[in-house]
Design a protein. Structure first.
Lengths: 313, 326
Protein backbone atom coordinates (compact mmCIF):
# COMPACT_ATOMS: atom_id res chain seq x y z
CA UNK A 1 0.00 0.00 0.00
CA UNK A 2 1.36 3.34 -0.90
CA UNK A 3 -0.66 6.07 0.68
CA UNK A 4 0.16 9.68 0.11
CA UNK A 5 -1.98 12.31 1.79
CA UNK A 6 -2.65 15.69 0.28
CA UNK A 7 -0.11 18.41 0.63
CA UNK A 8 -0.90 21.30 2.89
CA UNK A 9 2.11 23.43 2.23
CA UNK A 10 2.35 26.87 3.80
CA UNK A 11 -0.21 29.00 2.01
CA UNK A 12 2.12 31.94 1.44
CA UNK A 13 4.38 29.89 -0.82
CA UNK A 14 1.67 27.76 -2.28
CA UNK A 15 -0.74 30.61 -3.09
CA UNK A 16 1.87 32.34 -5.19
CA UNK A 17 2.52 29.17 -7.17
CA UNK A 18 -1.20 28.71 -7.75
CA UNK A 19 -1.52 32.21 -9.18
CA UNK A 20 1.38 31.68 -11.52
CA UNK A 21 -0.14 28.48 -12.88
CA UNK A 22 -3.60 29.65 -13.92
CA UNK A 23 -6.12 26.89 -13.19
CA UNK A 24 -7.88 25.29 -16.13
CA UNK A 25 -11.27 25.40 -14.50
CA UNK A 26 -12.84 28.08 -12.40
CA UNK A 27 -14.31 25.58 -9.95
CA UNK A 28 -12.69 25.45 -6.57
CA UNK A 29 -10.94 22.12 -5.96
CA UNK A 30 -13.11 19.63 -4.11
CA UNK A 31 -12.57 19.54 -0.39
CA UNK A 32 -11.69 16.39 1.49
CA UNK A 33 -15.30 15.71 2.49
CA UNK A 34 -16.59 16.35 -1.02
CA UNK A 35 -14.09 13.88 -2.42
CA UNK A 36 -14.95 11.29 0.22
CA UNK A 37 -18.70 11.66 -0.24
CA UNK A 38 -18.55 11.72 -4.02
CA UNK A 39 -18.22 7.93 -4.25
CA UNK A 40 -21.22 5.83 -3.31
CA UNK A 41 -19.01 3.30 -1.53
CA UNK A 42 -17.49 6.09 0.54
CA UNK A 43 -20.89 7.41 1.63
CA UNK A 44 -22.31 3.99 2.47
CA UNK A 45 -19.23 2.78 4.36
CA UNK A 46 -19.04 6.04 6.31
CA UNK A 47 -22.72 5.71 7.25
CA UNK A 48 -22.27 2.09 8.33
CA UNK A 49 -19.21 2.96 10.41
CA UNK A 50 -21.07 5.82 12.10
CA UNK A 51 -24.01 3.47 12.76
CA UNK A 52 -21.65 0.88 14.28
CA UNK A 53 -20.06 3.54 16.49
CA UNK A 54 -23.46 4.85 17.61
CA UNK A 55 -24.62 1.30 18.36
CA UNK A 56 -21.44 0.65 20.33
CA UNK A 57 -21.58 3.92 22.29
CA UNK A 58 -25.30 4.31 22.88
CA UNK A 59 -26.48 0.72 22.41
CA UNK A 60 -27.29 0.17 26.10
CA UNK A 61 -29.35 3.39 26.09
CA UNK A 62 -31.29 2.52 22.97
CA UNK A 63 -31.88 -1.09 23.97
CA UNK A 64 -31.84 -1.11 27.77
CA UNK A 65 -31.72 -4.85 28.41
CA UNK A 66 -29.03 -6.28 30.68
CA UNK A 67 -26.90 -8.68 28.59
CA UNK A 68 -26.00 -10.68 31.71
CA UNK A 69 -29.60 -11.17 32.94
CA UNK A 70 -30.70 -14.77 32.53
CA UNK A 71 -34.32 -15.16 31.45
CA UNK A 72 -35.04 -18.75 32.47
CA UNK A 73 -38.50 -18.75 30.90
CA UNK A 74 -36.95 -18.48 27.44
CA UNK A 75 -33.84 -20.52 26.88
CA UNK A 76 -32.44 -20.92 23.36
CA UNK A 77 -35.54 -19.04 22.24
CA UNK A 78 -36.27 -18.08 18.68
CA UNK A 79 -36.63 -14.37 17.86
CA UNK A 80 -39.69 -12.79 19.44
CA UNK A 81 -40.91 -9.35 20.47
CA UNK A 82 -39.28 -9.71 23.88
CA UNK A 83 -36.01 -10.94 22.37
CA UNK A 84 -35.58 -9.64 18.80
CA UNK A 85 -32.63 -11.94 18.12
CA UNK A 86 -33.61 -14.73 20.49
CA UNK A 87 -31.67 -15.94 23.52
CA UNK A 88 -28.78 -18.29 24.24
CA UNK A 89 -28.74 -21.40 26.39
CA UNK A 90 -28.58 -19.36 29.58
CA UNK A 91 -31.47 -17.15 28.54
CA UNK A 92 -29.27 -14.12 27.79
CA UNK A 93 -30.75 -11.76 25.24
CA UNK A 94 -28.70 -12.12 22.04
CA UNK A 95 -29.23 -8.55 20.82
CA UNK A 96 -28.12 -7.11 24.15
CA UNK A 97 -25.06 -9.34 24.13
CA UNK A 98 -24.33 -8.40 20.54
CA UNK A 99 -24.38 -4.69 21.45
CA UNK A 100 -22.15 -5.31 24.46
CA UNK A 101 -19.79 -7.38 22.32
CA UNK A 102 -19.68 -4.76 19.58
CA UNK A 103 -18.79 -2.17 22.19
CA UNK A 104 -15.90 -4.27 23.52
CA UNK A 105 -14.62 -5.22 20.06
CA UNK A 106 -14.55 -1.62 18.87
CA UNK A 107 -13.10 -0.44 22.19
CA UNK A 108 -10.24 -2.92 21.83
CA UNK A 109 -9.73 -1.78 18.23
CA UNK A 110 -9.73 1.87 19.32
CA UNK A 111 -7.11 1.24 22.00
CA UNK A 112 -5.01 -0.75 19.51
CA UNK A 113 -5.10 2.07 16.98
CA UNK A 114 -4.35 4.76 19.57
CA UNK A 115 -1.26 2.83 20.69
CA UNK A 116 -0.29 2.13 17.07
CA UNK A 117 -0.55 5.82 16.20
CA UNK A 118 1.26 7.04 19.32
CA UNK A 119 4.06 4.46 19.26
CA UNK A 120 4.30 3.44 15.60
CA UNK A 121 3.52 6.90 14.26
CA UNK A 122 5.98 8.65 16.56
CA UNK A 123 8.79 6.16 15.92
CA UNK A 124 8.15 6.29 12.17
CA UNK A 125 8.24 10.08 12.26
CA UNK A 126 11.53 10.12 14.17
CA UNK A 127 13.08 7.42 11.99
CA UNK A 128 12.08 9.14 8.76
CA UNK A 129 12.99 12.66 9.82
CA UNK A 130 16.27 12.13 11.63
CA UNK A 131 17.54 9.07 9.78
CA UNK A 132 20.99 7.84 10.78
CA UNK A 133 21.33 5.86 13.99
CA UNK A 134 17.78 6.75 15.12
CA UNK A 135 16.45 5.12 11.98
CA UNK A 136 18.71 2.08 12.46
CA UNK A 137 17.69 1.52 16.07
CA UNK A 138 13.97 1.80 15.25
CA UNK A 139 14.34 -0.43 12.20
CA UNK A 140 16.04 -3.10 14.33
CA UNK A 141 13.24 -2.87 16.91
CA UNK A 142 10.69 -3.39 14.13
CA UNK A 143 12.73 -6.30 12.75
CA UNK A 144 12.67 -7.96 16.15
CA UNK A 145 8.89 -7.87 16.11
CA UNK A 146 8.73 -8.99 12.49
CA UNK A 147 10.68 -12.10 13.48
CA UNK A 148 7.41 -13.40 14.93
CA UNK A 149 4.96 -14.39 12.19
CA UNK A 150 1.33 -13.29 12.43
CA UNK A 151 -0.13 -13.02 15.88
CA UNK A 152 2.50 -15.27 17.46
CA UNK A 153 3.99 -12.54 19.66
CA UNK A 154 0.56 -11.41 20.83
CA UNK A 155 -0.32 -15.02 21.63
CA UNK A 156 2.92 -15.43 23.58
CA UNK A 157 2.37 -12.24 25.61
CA UNK A 158 -1.27 -13.12 26.28
CA UNK A 159 -0.35 -16.67 27.25
CA UNK A 160 2.32 -15.63 29.71
CA UNK A 161 0.85 -12.49 31.31
CA UNK A 162 -2.91 -12.74 30.64
CA UNK A 163 -4.15 -14.68 33.63
CA UNK A 164 -1.87 -12.84 36.03
CA UNK A 165 -3.06 -9.42 34.80
CA UNK A 166 -6.71 -10.43 35.19
CA UNK A 167 -6.10 -11.76 38.70
CA UNK A 168 -4.18 -8.73 39.92
CA UNK A 169 -5.59 -5.79 38.01
CA UNK A 170 -9.06 -6.85 36.86
CA UNK A 171 -10.84 -7.17 33.57
CA UNK A 172 -10.24 -3.60 32.35
CA UNK A 173 -6.50 -4.16 32.61
CA UNK A 174 -6.94 -7.42 30.70
CA UNK A 175 -8.68 -5.54 27.90
CA UNK A 176 -5.75 -3.12 27.77
CA UNK A 177 -3.31 -6.04 27.74
CA UNK A 178 -5.17 -7.66 24.84
CA UNK A 179 -5.06 -4.37 22.93
CA UNK A 180 -1.42 -3.75 23.83
CA UNK A 181 -0.37 -7.22 22.70
CA UNK A 182 -2.13 -6.63 19.37
CA UNK A 183 -0.36 -3.26 19.05
CA UNK A 184 2.92 -4.98 19.79
CA UNK A 185 2.38 -6.82 16.51
CA UNK A 186 0.84 -3.89 14.66
CA UNK A 187 3.01 -0.84 15.35
CA UNK A 188 5.85 -1.66 12.92
CA UNK A 189 3.46 -1.42 9.97
CA UNK A 190 2.31 2.06 11.03
CA UNK A 191 5.92 3.07 11.66
CA UNK A 192 6.89 1.88 8.20
CA UNK A 193 4.16 3.90 6.48
CA UNK A 194 4.90 7.06 8.43
CA UNK A 195 8.66 6.67 7.96
CA UNK A 196 8.31 6.42 4.18
CA UNK A 197 6.05 9.45 4.01
CA UNK A 198 8.30 11.50 6.30
CA UNK A 199 11.36 10.59 4.24
CA UNK A 200 9.82 12.11 1.14
CA UNK A 201 8.32 15.11 2.96
CA UNK A 202 11.68 15.95 4.53
CA UNK A 203 13.11 16.82 1.12
CA UNK A 204 10.21 19.06 0.10
CA UNK A 205 10.67 22.75 -0.60
CA UNK A 206 8.34 23.90 2.14
CA UNK A 207 10.45 22.10 4.74
CA UNK A 208 13.56 23.69 3.28
CA UNK A 209 11.80 27.07 3.37
CA UNK A 210 10.79 26.60 7.00
CA UNK A 211 14.35 25.68 7.87
CA UNK A 212 15.70 28.66 5.95
CA UNK A 213 13.33 30.90 7.90
CA UNK A 214 14.97 29.62 11.06
CA UNK A 215 12.28 27.29 12.36
CA UNK A 216 13.55 24.72 14.82
CA UNK A 217 13.45 20.98 14.13
CA UNK A 218 10.61 20.43 16.60
CA UNK A 219 8.57 23.20 14.97
CA UNK A 220 9.13 21.74 11.52
CA UNK A 221 8.10 18.29 12.69
CA UNK A 222 5.02 19.62 14.47
CA UNK A 223 3.79 22.22 11.97
CA UNK A 224 4.93 20.92 8.59
CA UNK A 225 5.55 17.18 8.69
CA UNK A 226 2.83 16.10 11.12
CA UNK A 227 -0.16 17.69 9.31
CA UNK A 228 0.98 16.03 6.10
CA UNK A 229 1.31 12.61 7.71
CA UNK A 230 -2.08 12.84 9.45
CA UNK A 231 -4.09 11.66 6.45
CA UNK A 232 -1.91 8.61 5.97
CA UNK A 233 -2.10 7.78 9.67
CA UNK A 234 -5.91 8.04 9.73
CA UNK A 235 -6.21 5.88 6.61
CA UNK A 236 -3.83 3.22 7.90
CA UNK A 237 -5.54 3.15 11.32
CA UNK A 238 -8.99 2.78 9.73
CA UNK A 239 -7.83 -0.12 7.59
CA UNK A 240 -6.09 -1.70 10.59
CA UNK A 241 -9.31 -1.74 12.66
CA UNK A 242 -10.18 -4.91 10.75
CA UNK A 243 -6.94 -6.57 11.87
CA UNK A 244 -7.55 -5.51 15.46
CA UNK A 245 -11.12 -6.86 15.60
CA UNK A 246 -10.17 -10.15 13.91
CA UNK A 247 -7.00 -10.39 16.01
CA UNK A 248 -8.98 -9.99 19.24
CA UNK A 249 -11.38 -12.68 18.04
CA UNK A 250 -8.47 -15.03 17.32
CA UNK A 251 -7.04 -14.41 20.79
CA UNK A 252 -10.51 -15.02 22.24
CA UNK A 253 -10.66 -18.34 20.44
CA UNK A 254 -7.44 -19.37 22.18
CA UNK A 255 -8.83 -18.20 25.51
CA UNK A 256 -6.44 -15.24 25.53
CA UNK A 257 -8.84 -12.45 24.64
CA UNK A 258 -11.60 -10.74 26.58
CA UNK A 259 -12.62 -12.82 29.62
CA UNK A 260 -16.16 -13.74 30.70
CA UNK A 261 -18.61 -12.37 31.69
CA UNK A 262 -17.60 -9.64 29.23
CA UNK A 263 -17.89 -10.60 25.60
CA UNK A 264 -16.80 -9.47 22.18
CA UNK A 265 -18.00 -10.19 18.67
CA UNK A 266 -15.30 -12.78 18.14
CA UNK A 267 -15.87 -14.40 21.52
CA UNK A 268 -19.60 -14.71 20.79
CA UNK A 269 -18.85 -16.56 17.55
CA UNK A 270 -16.36 -18.85 19.24
CA UNK A 271 -18.68 -19.63 22.16
CA UNK A 272 -21.75 -20.21 20.02
CA UNK A 273 -20.05 -22.41 17.43
CA UNK A 274 -20.51 -25.70 19.37
CA UNK A 275 -24.26 -25.00 19.65
CA UNK A 276 -24.60 -24.39 15.96
CA UNK A 277 -27.12 -27.17 15.44
CA UNK A 278 -29.43 -25.98 18.23
CA UNK A 279 -29.36 -22.23 17.65
CA UNK A 280 -27.85 -21.06 14.40
CA UNK A 281 -28.79 -17.42 14.99
CA UNK A 282 -26.38 -17.32 17.92
CA UNK A 283 -23.48 -17.76 15.48
CA UNK A 284 -25.07 -15.96 12.57
CA UNK A 285 -25.75 -12.65 14.36
CA UNK A 286 -22.16 -11.99 15.49
CA UNK A 287 -20.72 -13.47 12.27
CA UNK A 288 -22.77 -11.09 10.13
CA UNK A 289 -21.82 -8.20 12.43
CA UNK A 290 -18.15 -9.10 12.05
CA UNK A 291 -18.53 -9.26 8.27
CA UNK A 292 -20.17 -5.81 8.33
CA UNK A 293 -17.33 -4.42 10.47
CA UNK A 294 -14.71 -5.88 8.12
CA UNK A 295 -16.36 -4.59 4.95
CA UNK A 296 -17.30 -1.15 6.30
CA UNK A 297 -13.86 -0.33 7.68
CA UNK A 298 -12.06 -1.71 4.61
CA UNK A 299 -14.16 0.33 2.20
CA UNK A 300 -14.00 3.44 4.38
CA UNK A 301 -10.22 3.07 4.49
CA UNK A 302 -10.09 2.86 0.69
CA UNK A 303 -12.38 5.88 0.42
CA UNK A 304 -10.21 7.85 2.82
CA UNK A 305 -7.09 6.96 0.87
CA UNK A 306 -8.61 8.27 -2.34
CA UNK A 307 -10.00 11.37 -0.62
CA UNK A 308 -6.64 12.19 0.94
CA UNK A 309 -4.80 11.99 -2.36
CA UNK A 310 -6.99 13.01 -5.25
CA UNK A 311 -4.27 12.39 -7.84
CA UNK A 312 -3.77 8.70 -7.28
CA UNK A 313 -6.22 6.03 -8.34
CA UNK B 1 33.66 -19.59 -23.75
CA UNK B 2 35.32 -17.07 -21.42
CA UNK B 3 32.37 -14.68 -21.54
CA UNK B 4 30.02 -17.35 -20.32
CA UNK B 5 32.42 -18.36 -17.55
CA UNK B 6 32.70 -14.79 -16.27
CA UNK B 7 28.95 -14.50 -16.28
CA UNK B 8 28.51 -17.68 -14.27
CA UNK B 9 31.29 -16.67 -11.89
CA UNK B 10 29.73 -13.28 -11.35
CA UNK B 11 26.36 -14.81 -10.61
CA UNK B 12 27.92 -17.20 -8.16
CA UNK B 13 29.63 -14.30 -6.38
CA UNK B 14 26.37 -12.33 -6.20
CA UNK B 15 24.67 -15.38 -4.85
CA UNK B 16 27.34 -15.94 -2.23
CA UNK B 17 27.30 -12.30 -1.20
CA UNK B 18 23.53 -12.46 -0.96
CA UNK B 19 23.70 -15.61 1.13
CA UNK B 20 26.24 -14.01 3.46
CA UNK B 21 24.08 -10.93 3.94
CA UNK B 22 20.98 -13.02 4.41
CA UNK B 23 22.91 -15.18 6.84
CA UNK B 24 23.66 -12.16 9.01
CA UNK B 25 20.04 -11.05 9.01
CA UNK B 26 18.95 -14.64 9.63
CA UNK B 27 21.14 -14.76 12.73
CA UNK B 28 19.62 -11.46 13.90
CA UNK B 29 16.08 -12.73 13.34
CA UNK B 30 16.81 -15.98 15.16
CA UNK B 31 18.39 -14.02 18.01
CA UNK B 32 15.32 -11.74 18.26
CA UNK B 33 13.00 -14.70 18.17
CA UNK B 34 14.78 -16.66 20.86
CA UNK B 35 15.79 -13.71 23.05
CA UNK B 36 12.32 -12.10 23.18
CA UNK B 37 10.72 -15.48 23.73
CA UNK B 38 13.19 -16.31 26.47
CA UNK B 39 12.77 -12.93 28.19
CA UNK B 40 8.98 -13.06 28.07
CA UNK B 41 9.10 -16.54 29.55
CA UNK B 42 11.51 -15.36 32.22
CA UNK B 43 9.35 -12.37 33.16
CA UNK B 44 6.38 -14.69 33.52
CA UNK B 45 4.66 -14.10 36.84
CA UNK B 46 4.77 -16.79 39.47
CA UNK B 47 7.56 -19.14 40.49
CA UNK B 48 7.41 -22.16 38.20
CA UNK B 49 9.28 -24.30 40.72
CA UNK B 50 6.66 -23.64 43.42
CA UNK B 51 3.92 -24.47 40.93
CA UNK B 52 5.76 -27.65 40.02
CA UNK B 53 6.24 -28.69 43.63
CA UNK B 54 2.62 -28.19 44.53
CA UNK B 55 1.83 -28.83 48.19
CA UNK B 56 5.07 -30.72 49.08
CA UNK B 57 7.30 -27.74 49.84
CA UNK B 58 10.76 -28.29 51.26
CA UNK B 59 13.97 -26.37 50.52
CA UNK B 60 15.90 -29.44 49.40
CA UNK B 61 13.42 -30.34 46.65
CA UNK B 62 13.22 -26.68 45.69
CA UNK B 63 16.98 -26.47 45.26
CA UNK B 64 17.08 -29.74 43.35
CA UNK B 65 14.37 -28.67 40.92
CA UNK B 66 15.86 -25.18 40.56
CA UNK B 67 19.14 -26.76 39.61
CA UNK B 68 17.47 -29.29 37.28
CA UNK B 69 15.85 -26.45 35.32
CA UNK B 70 19.00 -24.30 35.53
CA UNK B 71 17.12 -21.45 37.21
CA UNK B 72 19.84 -20.90 39.82
CA UNK B 73 22.21 -19.31 37.29
CA UNK B 74 22.52 -15.66 36.15
CA UNK B 75 20.01 -14.57 33.50
CA UNK B 76 22.42 -14.19 30.60
CA UNK B 77 23.98 -17.56 31.34
CA UNK B 78 20.49 -19.01 31.32
CA UNK B 79 19.82 -17.48 27.91
CA UNK B 80 23.19 -18.70 26.65
CA UNK B 81 22.43 -22.22 27.79
CA UNK B 82 18.97 -22.01 26.29
CA UNK B 83 20.31 -20.81 22.93
CA UNK B 84 23.04 -23.45 22.90
CA UNK B 85 20.44 -26.06 23.69
CA UNK B 86 18.29 -24.84 20.82
CA UNK B 87 21.21 -25.32 18.44
CA UNK B 88 21.32 -28.95 19.54
CA UNK B 89 17.56 -29.23 19.12
CA UNK B 90 17.05 -29.17 22.88
CA UNK B 91 14.10 -27.01 23.90
CA UNK B 92 14.39 -27.56 27.63
CA UNK B 93 12.15 -29.46 29.98
CA UNK B 94 8.40 -29.21 30.29
CA UNK B 95 7.02 -27.76 33.53
CA UNK B 96 3.81 -29.71 33.32
CA UNK B 97 5.28 -33.14 32.75
CA UNK B 98 8.17 -33.10 35.19
CA UNK B 99 11.48 -33.63 33.46
CA UNK B 100 10.00 -34.49 30.07
CA UNK B 101 11.82 -32.77 27.18
CA UNK B 102 9.77 -30.19 25.29
CA UNK B 103 11.16 -31.57 22.06
CA UNK B 104 9.43 -34.88 22.66
CA UNK B 105 6.10 -33.16 23.32
CA UNK B 106 6.33 -30.98 20.23
CA UNK B 107 7.72 -33.61 17.87
CA UNK B 108 4.37 -35.33 17.45
CA UNK B 109 2.71 -32.09 16.41
CA UNK B 110 5.20 -30.89 13.80
CA UNK B 111 4.35 -33.46 11.15
CA UNK B 112 0.61 -33.01 11.64
CA UNK B 113 0.82 -29.22 11.31
CA UNK B 114 3.09 -29.55 8.28
CA UNK B 115 0.63 -31.93 6.61
CA UNK B 116 -2.35 -29.63 7.11
CA UNK B 117 -0.40 -26.48 6.21
CA UNK B 118 1.30 -28.04 3.19
CA UNK B 119 -1.94 -29.40 1.78
CA UNK B 120 -3.61 -26.02 2.30
CA UNK B 121 -0.75 -24.28 0.49
CA UNK B 122 -0.92 -26.76 -2.40
CA UNK B 123 -4.70 -26.45 -2.66
CA UNK B 124 -4.54 -22.66 -2.71
CA UNK B 125 -2.11 -22.78 -5.65
CA UNK B 126 -4.05 -25.52 -7.48
CA UNK B 127 -7.32 -23.60 -7.27
CA UNK B 128 -6.01 -20.05 -7.22
CA UNK B 129 -3.82 -20.13 -10.34
CA UNK B 130 -6.41 -21.48 -12.84
CA UNK B 131 -9.14 -19.14 -11.63
CA UNK B 132 -6.77 -16.19 -11.60
CA UNK B 133 -5.74 -17.04 -15.19
CA UNK B 134 -9.34 -17.38 -16.29
CA UNK B 135 -10.21 -14.00 -14.79
CA UNK B 136 -7.26 -12.29 -16.49
CA UNK B 137 -7.86 -13.89 -19.91
CA UNK B 138 -11.51 -12.83 -19.81
CA UNK B 139 -10.98 -9.43 -18.23
CA UNK B 140 -14.16 -7.35 -17.69
CA UNK B 141 -16.36 -10.38 -18.41
CA UNK B 142 -18.99 -11.66 -16.03
CA UNK B 143 -16.71 -14.57 -15.09
CA UNK B 144 -13.91 -12.14 -14.27
CA UNK B 145 -16.10 -10.01 -12.03
CA UNK B 146 -17.52 -13.09 -10.32
CA UNK B 147 -14.07 -14.57 -9.66
CA UNK B 148 -12.71 -11.28 -8.37
CA UNK B 149 -15.64 -10.85 -5.97
CA UNK B 150 -15.32 -14.41 -4.67
CA UNK B 151 -11.57 -13.94 -4.25
CA UNK B 152 -12.13 -10.74 -2.27
CA UNK B 153 -14.73 -12.44 -0.09
CA UNK B 154 -12.50 -15.46 0.55
CA UNK B 155 -9.64 -13.18 1.46
CA UNK B 156 -11.73 -11.04 3.81
CA UNK B 157 -13.72 -13.71 5.67
CA UNK B 158 -11.93 -14.73 8.88
CA UNK B 159 -11.56 -18.46 9.37
CA UNK B 160 -13.71 -18.62 12.50
CA UNK B 161 -16.62 -17.24 10.48
CA UNK B 162 -16.01 -19.67 7.66
CA UNK B 163 -15.84 -22.68 9.98
CA UNK B 164 -19.40 -22.37 11.42
CA UNK B 165 -20.73 -21.83 7.91
CA UNK B 166 -19.02 -25.00 6.63
CA UNK B 167 -20.20 -26.90 9.69
CA UNK B 168 -23.77 -25.76 9.14
CA UNK B 169 -23.66 -26.92 5.51
CA UNK B 170 -22.08 -30.22 6.49
CA UNK B 171 -24.66 -30.74 9.21
CA UNK B 172 -27.49 -30.03 6.81
CA UNK B 173 -26.02 -32.57 4.39
CA UNK B 174 -25.77 -35.14 7.16
CA UNK B 175 -29.37 -34.60 8.24
CA UNK B 176 -30.59 -34.83 4.67
CA UNK B 177 -28.84 -38.18 4.36
CA UNK B 178 -26.35 -36.88 1.81
CA UNK B 179 -22.67 -37.80 1.96
CA UNK B 180 -21.05 -35.71 4.69
CA UNK B 181 -17.70 -35.27 6.40
CA UNK B 182 -16.72 -35.61 10.04
CA UNK B 183 -17.11 -32.22 11.74
CA UNK B 184 -13.82 -32.50 13.62
CA UNK B 185 -11.21 -34.96 14.70
CA UNK B 186 -8.02 -36.54 13.47
CA UNK B 187 -6.81 -39.87 12.17
CA UNK B 188 -8.64 -40.61 8.94
CA UNK B 189 -8.12 -38.83 5.59
CA UNK B 190 -11.70 -37.43 5.68
CA UNK B 191 -10.70 -35.44 8.73
CA UNK B 192 -8.35 -33.39 6.58
CA UNK B 193 -10.95 -31.99 4.18
CA UNK B 194 -12.62 -29.26 6.21
CA UNK B 195 -9.51 -27.91 7.98
CA UNK B 196 -7.53 -27.78 4.74
CA UNK B 197 -10.40 -26.01 2.97
CA UNK B 198 -10.62 -23.42 5.76
CA UNK B 199 -6.87 -22.82 5.87
CA UNK B 200 -6.65 -22.58 2.09
CA UNK B 201 -9.64 -20.26 1.67
CA UNK B 202 -7.95 -16.94 2.34
CA UNK B 203 -4.84 -17.93 0.38
CA UNK B 204 -6.97 -19.00 -2.59
CA UNK B 205 -8.38 -15.48 -2.71
CA UNK B 206 -4.89 -14.03 -2.44
CA UNK B 207 -3.43 -16.29 -5.17
CA UNK B 208 -6.32 -15.47 -7.53
CA UNK B 209 -5.67 -11.76 -7.14
CA UNK B 210 -1.90 -12.15 -7.52
CA UNK B 211 -2.17 -14.38 -10.60
CA UNK B 212 -4.79 -12.16 -12.21
CA UNK B 213 -2.88 -8.91 -11.80
CA UNK B 214 0.42 -10.48 -12.87
CA UNK B 215 -1.22 -12.01 -15.97
CA UNK B 216 -2.84 -8.73 -16.91
CA UNK B 217 0.49 -6.99 -16.66
CA UNK B 218 2.29 -9.56 -18.80
CA UNK B 219 -0.52 -9.67 -21.37
CA UNK B 220 0.17 -6.01 -22.10
CA UNK B 221 3.88 -6.59 -22.77
CA UNK B 222 5.34 -6.04 -26.21
CA UNK B 223 6.76 -9.54 -26.48
CA UNK B 224 3.29 -11.01 -26.11
CA UNK B 225 2.03 -8.86 -28.94
CA UNK B 226 5.08 -9.85 -30.99
CA UNK B 227 4.44 -13.52 -30.36
CA UNK B 228 0.84 -13.14 -31.45
CA UNK B 229 1.83 -11.03 -34.45
CA UNK B 230 4.26 -13.62 -35.72
CA UNK B 231 1.39 -16.07 -35.86
CA UNK B 232 1.77 -18.17 -32.75
CA UNK B 233 -1.43 -19.72 -31.54
CA UNK B 234 -3.22 -18.10 -28.64
CA UNK B 235 -2.73 -20.97 -26.23
CA UNK B 236 0.93 -21.33 -27.13
CA UNK B 237 1.45 -17.66 -26.33
CA UNK B 238 -0.42 -17.99 -23.05
CA UNK B 239 1.47 -21.11 -22.07
CA UNK B 240 4.96 -20.18 -23.14
CA UNK B 241 5.11 -16.44 -22.82
CA UNK B 242 2.46 -15.27 -20.44
CA UNK B 243 2.18 -17.98 -17.85
CA UNK B 244 5.88 -18.44 -17.20
CA UNK B 245 6.41 -14.77 -16.54
CA UNK B 246 3.17 -14.23 -14.69
CA UNK B 247 3.69 -17.09 -12.25
CA UNK B 248 7.05 -15.77 -11.10
CA UNK B 249 5.62 -13.29 -8.56
CA UNK B 250 3.75 -16.17 -6.96
CA UNK B 251 7.04 -17.38 -5.49
CA UNK B 252 7.07 -14.31 -3.27
CA UNK B 253 3.67 -15.39 -2.00
CA UNK B 254 5.20 -18.33 -0.14
CA UNK B 255 6.65 -16.17 2.65
CA UNK B 256 3.49 -14.27 3.68
CA UNK B 257 1.43 -17.43 3.12
CA UNK B 258 3.57 -19.31 5.63
CA UNK B 259 3.10 -16.55 8.19
CA UNK B 260 -0.63 -16.65 7.60
CA UNK B 261 -0.74 -20.43 7.93
CA UNK B 262 0.89 -20.19 11.34
CA UNK B 263 -1.88 -18.03 12.82
CA UNK B 264 -4.45 -20.03 10.89
CA UNK B 265 -3.06 -23.26 12.31
CA UNK B 266 -3.93 -22.14 15.85
CA UNK B 267 -7.56 -21.44 14.95
CA UNK B 268 -8.06 -24.51 12.78
CA UNK B 269 -6.31 -26.98 15.06
CA UNK B 270 -8.23 -25.81 18.11
CA UNK B 271 -11.65 -25.81 16.45
CA UNK B 272 -11.14 -29.04 14.48
CA UNK B 273 -9.44 -30.80 17.36
CA UNK B 274 -6.24 -31.58 15.46
CA UNK B 275 -3.25 -32.50 17.64
CA UNK B 276 -0.77 -30.23 15.83
CA UNK B 277 1.68 -27.57 17.04
CA UNK B 278 -1.03 -24.95 17.47
CA UNK B 279 -3.10 -27.08 19.80
CA UNK B 280 -0.06 -28.20 21.75
CA UNK B 281 0.76 -24.51 22.31
CA UNK B 282 -2.81 -23.68 23.34
CA UNK B 283 -2.92 -26.60 25.76
CA UNK B 284 0.40 -25.44 27.20
CA UNK B 285 -1.12 -21.98 27.66
CA UNK B 286 -3.89 -23.48 29.77
CA UNK B 287 -1.34 -25.28 31.97
CA UNK B 288 1.14 -22.36 32.02
CA UNK B 289 3.80 -24.65 30.62
CA UNK B 290 6.11 -21.85 29.46
CA UNK B 291 8.94 -23.98 27.98
CA UNK B 292 6.44 -25.66 25.65
CA UNK B 293 4.93 -22.29 24.65
CA UNK B 294 8.44 -20.96 23.99
CA UNK B 295 9.40 -24.04 21.98
CA UNK B 296 6.36 -23.92 19.71
CA UNK B 297 6.78 -20.16 19.20
CA UNK B 298 10.41 -20.58 18.17
CA UNK B 299 9.76 -23.52 15.84
CA UNK B 300 6.90 -21.72 14.09
CA UNK B 301 9.00 -18.56 13.82
CA UNK B 302 11.95 -20.44 12.33
CA UNK B 303 9.66 -22.22 9.86
CA UNK B 304 8.45 -18.88 8.52
CA UNK B 305 11.96 -17.42 8.38
CA UNK B 306 13.16 -20.40 6.35
CA UNK B 307 10.15 -20.19 4.01
CA UNK B 308 11.00 -16.55 3.34
CA UNK B 309 14.60 -17.42 2.59
CA UNK B 310 13.59 -20.25 0.25
CA UNK B 311 11.15 -18.04 -1.64
CA UNK B 312 13.83 -15.36 -2.10
CA UNK B 313 16.33 -17.92 -3.40
CA UNK B 314 13.80 -19.57 -5.72
CA UNK B 315 12.92 -16.20 -7.12
CA UNK B 316 16.52 -15.64 -8.01
CA UNK B 317 16.97 -19.09 -9.51
CA UNK B 318 13.95 -18.63 -11.77
CA UNK B 319 14.60 -15.03 -12.69
CA UNK B 320 18.27 -14.02 -12.91
CA UNK B 321 17.24 -10.45 -13.68
CA UNK B 322 16.25 -9.99 -10.06
CA UNK B 323 18.96 -8.35 -8.02
CA UNK B 324 19.54 -10.04 -4.71
CA UNK B 325 19.38 -7.05 -2.42
CA UNK B 326 17.72 -7.06 0.92
Amino acid sequence: MNVQPEQTAPSAVCGLADELQAPDTLRAPASFWQRLLRSRVGVVSLMVVVLLLVAALFGPLLYPIDPTRADFRSINAAPSLAHPLGTDRLGHDTLARLLAGLRVSLLVAAVVEVINILVGGLLGLLAGYFGGWVDTVIARLADMVFAFPGLLLAILVGAVFGQWVTEHYGSTARLVLVAASLSLVGWPLMARYVRGQTLSLRERDFVLAARALGQRERGILWHHILPNVAGLVITAATLDVVNAVVGEATLSLLGLGIQSPATSIGKMIVEATPQLSQNALLVLAPAVTLAIIVLAFSFLGDGLRQAFNPGER
Amino acid sequence: MPLRTTYVARRCITMLRFLARRGVSLVFVLFSLTFLTFMIGHLAPGDPILVLMGPRRDPATYARLQHLYGLDQPLLVQYGNYALGLLRGDFGLSFQYEGRPVRQLIAQGVGISLTVGGLALALSLLLGIPFGMLAALRQHSLADRGIVSVALALYAIPSFVLIPVLWAINLAAYRAGLPSLPQAGWGRPEHLVLPVLVLAAANIGYVIQLTRSAMLEVLREDYVRTARAKGLRYWVVVNRHVLRNALLPLITFIGPAAAFLVTGAFVVEVLFNIPGMGRIAVEAVGRRDYPVIQGTTIILGIAVVLMNLVSDLLYHVFDPRIQLID
